[in-house]
Design a binder for this molecule. Structure first.
Ligand SMILES: [Zn+2]
Length: 601
């Protein structure tokens, strides 16, 4: 049993699942005599956007020695309770509305409950460094009889994933930061276990599914074992949990120190008798691999700007290209290097990333360093103009990682690689807890590459990260026996726009810079209704365009709001924006050897 009453103790229970309410209390043994302040985070680490979780607090009151206490709201997310008698514990009671089916927040109904600590646990000012405990109450009544609980948060007695398993009850965290870094799932989920490098890993699936768990565990085990081996055993955790919510259509993942919360579409999971490796499953494995890689890269190797996090406001860093971009490079790379997918499948995935980056002119206007810094207001808050204004620090960051890896390998005849940079970051930062300075990645590259190569590549990297030039991928890949080509995705002449998803209404989602649609005055939000007098649907647009040639002029009728407008548009060449990667028919011995070092085959 716990030896002493904890300084801070939380209690959480289902208050009203039908109304999506959790009831939470927070008891402080020795509150601030000047008035105790409580705060709920404005954002959740890993998702760089202000979300103001306090907006979901419905009722709130404070109590001390059986009496109600006055509570003053200080700002959008902080409360101060009036001074309380010395020697008396103070309890804050509040209800949290939980109806956001995402990996970032909390969700509760009569089928399951899920929460991130950032949505439900207030920080107690002055006590955030102290150990704390939380009691998660088992819900009463017949509908909840089959419910279990799973989290990587260690129980007060024993350890996470230990023999006690799947029980409600008392849990313990070393500090507030740990408390909020272990999402919790409760309900009737499916659970499967595998071991990687001797460490137990659980995968929990909530929601209807027909997943072939043996297949999933076998693939995940290879991916996890490969990553542990990359950084060097032992693994940084002694237990890991993939928490997965299965829905008809959805996608998302958020990393935590010993677990990840995932949202996936049912069809992406493998099923018994599945043949080959469908794209959806490849994408789900890529997601798992991505979040797992974060166990090292961002959860332990962290930007100095995140040590510690300030959860009350935006935390700016220009380094997300390294923490998200490098992670995005390694997520798919781990699939091929661990043998879960083949080289051609891998080149297909890589080609998609290249196409994604090259499609938007935002890449010519924003550097990945700027994109990282402005993630809060730009990457995470994309509007219709995003392709023209924003570059993804995920996708372009992954290509920078690729270009850096290839140059390290080619320049050292395969003696060093980006793997060595990651291991250096792990040794210097991950294992020491020292944050990575804003220029820290350049330094690591310089040291790993040595006096000549390292110095040159550190300079190259800085330019790639802080500039907007396209990367010399074609030339670099050629040295590894891989050909990069670009072709039009369709034979239809180009209009320079993208329609919103769906087959019926032809609503414009994006208008690309400098294209025919923009020149003719069409805008995002316009609904195309006719082309040369013939009715248009989203599905029919391409069919009609295919019957015309570049240079043809067409008349488009469109509604802007409720006003009918007519546009004369001159069609362009089909855009060459589909990148294709394939093994060169003939490559020299050196290229083959380098590729073997890079992809393992
Ligand atoms: Zn990520």
């Amino acid at each position: 049993m716990p030896s002493a009453v904890p300084a801070v103790e939380y209690r959480i229970r289902l208050s009203n699942p039908g109304a999506h309410l959790f009831a939470v209390s927070c008891t402080v043994r020795a509150p601030d005599p000047a008035g105790q302040i409580f705060r709920l985070p404005a954002w959740i680490p890993g998702s760089y956007m202000i979300r103001d979780f306090a907006r979901n607090i419905v009722t709130l009151r404070a109590e001390c020695a059986g009496h109600a206490c006055a509570v003053e709201k200080l700002d959008k997310q902080s409360w101060r309770v009036a001074p309380t008698p010395a020697g008396e514990a103070l309890t804050l009671h509040y209800e949290v509305y939980a109806w956001d089916l995402s990996v970032r927040s909390a969700h509760l109904d009569d089928s399951h409950g899920f929460f991130n600590g950032t949505s439900v646990f207030v920080a107690v000012e002055g006590h955030t460094e102290a150990p704390c405990e939380v009691i998660i109450e088992r819900p009463e009544g017949a509908p909840f009889r089959g419910w279990r609980l799973i989290t990587a948060l260690p129980p007060a007695v024993g350890r996470a994933g230990g023999a006690a398993g799947c029980r409600f009850g008392r849990f313990r965290a070393r500090d507030y930061d740990e408390l909020i870094d272990h999402p919790v799932e409760m309900g009737e989920f499916t659970l499967a276990r595998f071991e990687a490098a001797g460490v137990p890993h659980d995968i929990a699936l909530t929601g209807r599914h027909d997943c072939d768990l043996d297949r999933l565990c076998a693939d995940l085990e290879r991916i996890c074992a490969w990553q542990i081996d990359l950084f060097g055993a032992p693994a940084p955790v002694d237990y890991y949990l993939f928490l997965t919510m299965v829905v008809g259509d959805g996608y998302g993942g958020l990393e935590h120190r010993a677990s990840t919360a995932l949202l996936c579409a049912r069809d992406e999971l493998p099923w018994k008798g599945m043949e080959g490796l469908p794209d959806g499953y490849k994408s789900f494995l890529g997601l798992c691999s991505h979040e797992y890689f974060h166990t090292w890269n961002v959860k332990r190797i962290k930007p100095a700007a995140f040590t510690p996090y300030d959860l009350t406001r935006e935390n700016h860093t220009r380094l997300l290209w390294a923490f998200e971009g490098f992670t995005s490079y390694y997520d798919d790379l781990a699939l091929v290097r661990s043998g879960v997918i083949g080289v051609e499948d891998y080149l297909g995935l890589l080609a998609k990333t290249v196409s994604n980056v090259m499609r938007g002119s935002g890449r010519l206007k924003q550097s990945v360093a700027d994109s990282s810094f402005d993630a809060w207001t730009k990457y995470y808050r994309q509007d219709e103009n995003a392709p023209n204004a924003v570059v993804s620090y995920y996708a372009k960051g992954a290509l920078i990682a690729l270009a850096l890896d290839l140059q390290l390998r080619a320049g050292s005849e395969g003696r060093c690689s980006l793997d060595d940079v990651m291991r250096k970051l792990w040794a210097d930062h991950g294992q020491t807890g020292v944050g990575v300075a804003e220029d820290g990645i350049y330094h690591a590259v310089r040291e790993v590459g040595g006096a000549v190569l390292g110095k040159r590549l550190a300079r190259w990297l800085q330019q790639a990260v802080e500039g907007t030039d396209d990367l010399p991928l074609e030339r670099l890949l050629k040295g590894f026996g891989v050909e990069l080509a670009v072709e039009p995705a369709s034979t239809a002449p180009g209009l320079g726009l993208k329609l919103a998803p769906g087959d019926s209404e032809a609503r414009i989602a994006n208008v690309y810079d400098g294209g025919p649609a923009q020149r003719a005055g069409l805008s995002a939000g316009d609904v195309l209704i006719a082309l040369d007098g013939l009715k248009l649907t989203a599905k029919g647009l391409e069919t009609q365009l295919k019957r015309r040639r570049p240079g043809d002029r067409v008349e488009l009728h469109a509604f802007r709001r409720d006003e009918l407008k007519v546009f004369q548009v001159e069609l362009a060449e089909p855009p060459a924006d589909k990148y294709v990667l394939k093994l060169a028919a003939r490559s020299g011995e050196r290229a083959v050897a380098l590729r073997k070092g890079w992809l393992g085959a």
